[in-house]
Design a protein around this ligand. Sequence first.
Ligand SMILES: Cc1ncc(COP(=O)(O)O)c(C=O)c1O
Length: 456
Amino acid sequence: MSQLRRLDRRGFLKSAGTTVVLGSVGAKSASATRVLDAPPPPSGTPPQPNQSYDFDEIYDRSGTNCSKWDNVRDRFDTEIEVAMGVADMDFRSAPCVTRALAERCKHENWGYARRPESYLQAIVDWNQRRYGLEINPSTLQWSTGVHTGIIAGLMTFAPPGSRVLLTTPAYNGFYSDLRFTRTVPDESLMRLVDGHYSIDFDDFERRARRSNVFILCNPQNPTGNAWSPQELTRMGEICLEHRVVMLVDEIHCDFIRSDAAYTAFASLPNKEIVDNSITFKSASKSFSMSGLKVAWYFSNNRDYLERIGANSRGSLNTLGVEANHAALTEGDDWLDGLLPYLDGNHEYVESYVAENIPLVKYRKAQGTYLAWLDVTDLGERIGAERTAAEERANSGTEVTADEIVQRWLVENARIYLNAGSSYGAGGAGHMRMNLGTSRRLVERALENMAEALANA
Ligand SMILES: Cc1ncc(COP(=O)(O)O)c(C=O)c1O
């Protein structure tokens, strides 16, 4: 029996926030040494390059009102060993973030904060340094999250009842943004060849003619596609020609495989198509701080900025800004340590699934920490379609085959994944697995899945 199985999870839960460190994991990244329990260096200490971090640590988030773990554990009767749904990571945040928050907490007043110029500069420098993207700081605007920014964009450029173009499968949160703004999805189904998605540009253009807005996700959630300059340019040209405003969500851009590349839409050389866009970003996913609610958007198009500004009221979260500022000025080294670790997680899943789980297919994503698994054969093996049809007939509620697969995995493999059908057209037959966690938990999830299927 492995170490993980021997863990008493109840004891684990009681001591919320407690660290559990297991033995070292096979394919370890450069992150071997435990440094996070070391006393923090005095404030003002410059970032320490080439520090190593322990991403193998299993950092227990349960019992902290954490959406990813606590929600699903409350929802099902079965004990869930690995929660791999909601897109945030289980790692401790970068030490520089925790240090900055601890420092700010010494001042015990939480009144309104002003907009610090140094934070704007930190965003500009991060994008310049890491992606060669030049952002004019005077065009940067706050939002409490990428959702709030996108909703403001939809309210501005897509009147209720109008069509919004999505390339699908698409992030399920976009559908809730559309419901919120009473707009209608126009789904351009992507082509899937050998596990790789590409845009059907004829279909895309046909739909662009009748849409007001296109939400581009780069890299794409859930498929992980990192769009090439050619693909971005083609999407941009079509949108410009048909007067479709582009809302560009690049929240996952910090997560790119070492053999892939992220091209910021706003860095394209064609100024006209860039001027037809607003880009939304955040460091929230990148540094395990999505609950701190800080994001930003920018555009070279002053008219667009003025118009969207009339529909958005960006407020500042004092601690969020401190955390973001620290991450963007001192967090490169931590993120640079994390990226190969996440590459390793994706590679591990790709090879383990190919060798041990013939009913599932996975081709390594180019970006994000999300794995988009093809579970069509698994669904067939467990009769998911038939069960869903029976449940629909008996209960009158909408149940999809993927939701049956989801439940089956909870009950038989004690893992929680997101059902593909919630990602719109083309999502059926898939599950989204969040790999932003310790390798040990990824291994455990796959072992559980293989074992469950061997008995299915
Ligand atoms: C593509 C994408 N956009 C936006 C969000 C949500 O961003 P925020 O929490 O900043 O509103 C997510 C979260 O999963 C996401 O994956």
